[in-house]
Design a binder for this molecule. Structure first.
Ligand code: GGG
Length: 348
């Protein structure tokens, strides 16, 4: 039966990299149909809303969502609910995609592109499990006047036990399928949310006797990620810390243009997107690295369509293309977005 992929390309480099990911999906020969809808700044421009109801309806109806990126400085002055970023938060929340999987592994041949020494970078093979439906992103927020009479901004950080349990279970299960190590990252020395996080994760350890659980404060985790990234297998953390640590991890493997992600709900339905944003500075120039989008498409096949073999083929093709010297500008090369995708397609 034909599987429907909702394609929400969004802003900036989103359309360029998403088009290449669609081309790669088409090359698998699987029975896939693609339907596009506007989102982010593109959605606002066309309909006055960053997440038009028709776009959300398509995302819900589809078997999976391939997402590009949102963000456009043209809309910086708009109130928050109308800005492009409101679309990505809205769709994550509406689709209840609470578990964001962000794998980071150094591709052979990219030792020199990493921000780390080659022998340290070579040891990176980790998965960041970022909680995606809570934290300061979704707490009460606003502006008010401080007691001293100054304009004050606030964002409430909160997690309840059930939210922590469900994301920690994703982390434990992932560790069980990988090398059996889970590092929970929080800021329990300062934040009550993090104290609760640590209590809940620690209490769950008894259910996973085969998983070695450790805890790190986020500041220490950021340092360890650069000092000795090989110590990490699976990292489970909150929305904000996960966002920051995964960008850091991307530079450890050479470029943010390489990191894909899967955002999954409780039933395995998901949205798939590169972790990078819309990069307005290079939008429309054919310079963006499409690998993160292509690898996100591979995750889509694996997690939402059960097509693990096709996903393996795409991932192996990206690895071979890179090992063979294919490089966009972010990796020190000269290939255009399309030429990089062509290199991947040749390896399929
Ligand atoms: N493809 C990722 C993207 O578009 N990111 C822009 C953004 O608004 N991100 C918010 C977040 O992931 O925390």
């Amino acid at each position: 039966m034909t599987k429907l992929i909702a394609v929400l390309a969004g802003d900036g480099i989103g359309p360029e990299v998403t088009a290449e990911a669609v081309r790669v999906l088409q090359a698998t020969g699987l029975d896939l149909a693609f339907e596009e809808a506007p989102v982010g700044g593109q959605g606002y421009r066309q309909t006055g809303r960053p997440l038009p109801p028709e776009t959300l309806a398509l995302a819900r109806r589809a078997d999976a969502v391939l997402f590009g990126a949102v963000g456009d400085p043209e809309f910086d002055a708009l109130e928050r609910r109308l800005r492009p970023e409101a679309a990505i938060l809205g769709i994550r929340r509406e689709m209840a995609t609470f578990a964001n999987l962000r794998p980071a592994k150094l591709f052979k041949g990219l030792e020199d592109a990493s921000a780390l020494r080659p022998e340290v970078a070579g040891a990176i093979d980790l998965l960041i499990v970022r909680e995606l439906n809570g934290d300061v992103y979704f707490g009460e927020k606003g502006f008010r006047t401080s007691p001293a009479g100054h304009r004050q901004g606030y964002d409430v950080m909160s997690y309840d036990e059930a939210e922590v349990r469900r994301i920690a279970a994703v982390g434990f299960d992932a560790a069980r399928r990988r090398r059996g190590k889970l590092c929970s990252v929080d800021k329990a020395n300062v934040l009550e949310t993090s104290q609760l996080w640590r209590d809940v994760v620690s209490a769950m350890a008894a259910e996973y006797p085969d998983v070695e659980l450790t805890h790190l404060y986020v500041d220490n985790a950021a340092m360890q990620l650069v000092r000795d990234p090989g110590q990490f297998d699976v990292i489970v953390t909150g929305n904000l810390f996960g966002d920051i640590l995964s960008d850091q991890a991307s530079m450890c493997v050479g470029s943010i243009g390489l990191l894909p992600s899967a955002s999954l709900d409780a039933n395995g339905k998901g949205m798939y997107e590169p972790i990078h944003g819309s990069a307005p500075d290079i939008a429309g120039q054919g310079k963006a690295n499409p690998c993160a989008a292509i690898l996100s498409a591979a995750m889509l096949l694996r997690f939402s369509l059960g097509e693990g073999e096709a996903a393996d083929r795409i991932e192996a093709a990206v690895a071979r293309a890179i090992a063979g010297g294919a490089r966009t500008g972010d990796l020190g090369g000269t290939l255009s977005t399309t030429a990089m995708a062509d290199a991947v397609l040749r390896e399929m």
